[in-house]
Design a binder for this molecule. Sequence first.
Ligand SMILES: O=C(O)CCC(=O)C(=O)O
Ligand SMILES: [Fe+2]
Length: 274
Amino acid sequence: MFKLAKEFFRLPLNVKEQYIIREENYGYIRRGQENLDTTSTKLIDEKEAFNIKKSMQPDKLPPLFSELDNYQFITKFYRDCYDLCMQLLTYVAQCFNIDLDYFTSRHKWELKPDNTLRLLHYPAIENQSDEYIGAGAHSDYGSLTLLFQHEHKSGLQLLDRSTNTWYSVEPFDDMIVVNFGDAFEYWSKGFIKSTVHRVIMPTINSTKDNERFSIAFFCDPNDLTLLSPIPSKLILAQKFEKDEHAKHVLDHDNEDSLTAGEHLAMRLNKTYTY
Ligand SMILES: O=C(O)CCC(=O)C(=O)O
Ligand SMILES: [Fe+2]
C-alpha cells in the first residue's frame, strides 16, 4: 500500500487534482483543503491525502489504483482492515459484558456509510516551527481508526486530555495504532475517550528527504446507528462529564436521538473546503 501511495503522491499536482474530493468524501485532498483542528483557524494542514471508499467505481480512481492487480490489492487491504476492526469491536463488547455482536451488528459491510481508507503524505519542511502542522489536533469521528506509519517515521502525537500533555507515538515494526473515535465517547458516556491526536511535520535532514507517509482506515458505524449509551452496567450508572474537547466536538444536546451518520456529516462539514 505504501508503495502505491508513494507512486501516487509523486504525480504532478494538476494530475492529482483531477481526482479532487467532493461531498462523497472520496478522492484527492490537497494541502490546506481539510483542516482538522476546528478550534483554530491559524494554521492549515500541510498534509495531502487520498480517500478511498468501497462504493468508489474504478473509473473514479487514478489509473494507478484502478489497474487490475493494484485494484484487487487495494480491495483486499480494505477488507482486511474492516475484518480486523470487527474483531476488535467484538473484543470491546466482551470487555463491556454486552452481546458480542453489539458493535459489529452496527457496522454492517453492506450498509452506509462506507469506511474510508486514506493514504497520507507529509512533505518535509526545512526546520521545525509552530507555523506548520501536518494534521491539526482532532479526534476521529467514527468508532475505530487503524493507523499505519511508514519506515519508523513518527510525527504522530496524542493528547492526554486530563493533563493537556502531548505524547509522541513512536512507531515500530508491524505496529498498527488503534484510536477510539467519537462514537465510543458517546456510547460510553466518556468512559472511553476519543483519542485527540495531531501530526507534526517531518523536517529535512542532511541525509534524506524525510517526508512521511501514513495510512488510516476509518471504521464508521452505519448511518442510522444511535450514539446513545450502550447497555453495560459499567456505563449506564455513569454521568457524562464533558471536558473542553468533548464540549467542542460532541456538542449535541440530543444525544439519545443523534445518529452516527449525523455526527459524521457535521464533522466533515466543519473540516473540508470543497
Ligand atoms: O497520519 C497520521 O498518522 C494521522 C492522520 C490522521 O489523524 C487523520 O487523517 O485523521
Ligand atoms: Fe485522525
